[in-house]
Design a protein around this ligand. Structure first.
Ligand SMILES: Nc1ncnc2c1ncn2[C@@H]1O[C@H](COP(=O)(O)OP(=O)(O)OP(=O)(O)O)[C@@H](O)[C@H]1O
Ligand SMILES: [Mg+2]
Length: 371
């Protein structure tokens, strides 16, 4: 019934410096893969992992990659290893090989795994085609959105090596179109609209709204007026949770001689409020005071940024604080903000990816998209 071209899947993908989030149109359960890689090698598998996501072991080819046809451990498999690469402040996600490797691996997996729609097993296809919505930070958007789009569009290939259920599967990932939005602003579009794109929240849709989206390496502060981004007042900071997480890890190491193999490992503990570390031969210690100290500092900085923006632009009706950092820092931010009212939302770190999908969908609807 459908021609081949109409079979492209529509997907939102947030290429986060901390984690890549993918959501396929028509499904609700997002796929989240830590943005961490390490060079792959022949693994000794004593017991096969119970999910492919725990063992993304891939060879990736893409015309946009500098290092091609290399084997990588991606996501969770890499978080345990000491020689893993996490992104640094100087990395630009529009140009980063690592981010592209994790993004393509995630799309290949999402494309064949039928994530979230209750499919049993895996489709037999070894080719998946996408139209994707994605985004860049306020600071990098203008200069890099075209090159980001160009890197994504085209034909890539991901071969799963030892991943359970996907062993030796080679998946062609074809990206037909990429619609690049702005981090934070897309999140607001998601909050303002229903799934069918009708207005859900008049105040956001028609108002002048401030956003503070706290990511891993960037914090974006777009101002959105009647759903249009304000060119003069929108602004981005080259800092995020990673700066504070790294400082916490250094401090824990200095104080207790205990080192975390990755930021992701520390974050898992913070999320689970699992503060106790085991010191070598020296009993246990709690990292909570150190975490609190840095999180308070981070929260104060965020509140100062917001206050400064709001003073410059008093038309802003309300401020939404979102992104993974908002969840992490919420109690500290509320405390630091005092009488200033700030708004938080659930599923904070997923608002962008839901927004990217909606922006892509609306763009395609508008264009009566045929190609
Ligand atoms: N519930 C939580 N508790 C503690 N930390 C969290 C929580 N949720 C997310 N984080 C951390 O907050 C940071 C920001 O997460 P987020 O997913 O927004 O980043 P990202 O989108 O990958 O990064 P960027 O926006 O810089 O590209 C990450 O370091 C993440 O590990
Ligand atoms: Mg982000």
């Amino acid at each position: 019934m459908l021609g081949r071209k109409e079979m492209a899947k529509l997907a939102g993908i947030d290429v986060g410096n901390d984690s890549i989030k993918v959501v396929l149109d028509g499904t609700y359960k997002p796929l989240i893969v830590p943005n961490i890689i390490t060079p792959g090698y022949d693994r000794h598998i004593l017991q096969e992992e119970d999910s492919p996501l725990k063992a993304l072991d891939v060879i990736v080819y893409s015309p946009a990659l500098k290092q091609n046809n290399r084997r990588w451990f991606v996501g969770q498999l890499a978080t345990e290893l000491e020689d893993n690469y996490e992104l640094e402040e100087t990395d630009n996600k529009a140009l980063s090989d690592q981010s592209l490797i994790v993004a393509l691996t995630s799309l290949a997996y999402a494309g064949v795994a039928g994530t979230g729609n209750g499919n049993e097993g895996y489709a037999q296809t070894d080719e998946v085609e996408f139209i994707i919505g994605t985004g860049l930070p306020v600071r990098t958007y203008t200069k890099f959105h075209e090159s980001f789009e160009a890197r994504l569009i085209g034909e890539h290939e991901v071969t799963f090596v030892t991943s359970p259920q996907l062993r030796n599967r080679r998946i062609k990932v074809r990206i037909r179109r990429a619609i690049v939005s702005i981090e934070g602003a897309a999140a607001l579009f998601n909050l303002a609209t229903h799934d069918n794109l009708q207005v859900r929240d008049e105040e956001i849709y028609n108002g002048c709204i401030g956003v503070c989206e706290i990511g891993s390496l960037t914090t974006d502060l777009p101002v959105v007026n009647r759903m249009s981004i304000d060119n003069n007042f929108s602004y981005g900071e080259q800092m995020g949770m990673a700066n504070y997480l790294d400082a916490i890890m250094r401090d824990v190491e200095d104080t207790y001689n205990y080192s975390f193999p990755s930021r992701a490992k520390l974050v898992t503990r913070v999320k689970n409020r699992d503060w106790t570390i085991q010191r070598i031969g020296e009993g246990q210690a709690s990292i909570q005071p150190i975490v609190n100290q840095y999180f308070e500092r981070a929260a104060q900085r965020i509140v100062d940024l917001i206050k400064k923006r709001w003073k410059k632009y008093p038309d802003i009706q309300c401020y939404y604080v979102i992104g993974g950092g908002a969840t992490a820092l919420k109690s500290h931010i509320l405390e630091a903000a005092g009488p200033i009212k700030l708004r938080f939302v659930p599923e904070s770190e997923l608002q962008n990816v839901y927004g990217y999908l909606k922006v892509a969908r609306s763009r395609i609807n508008q264009a009566g998209y045929v190609e």
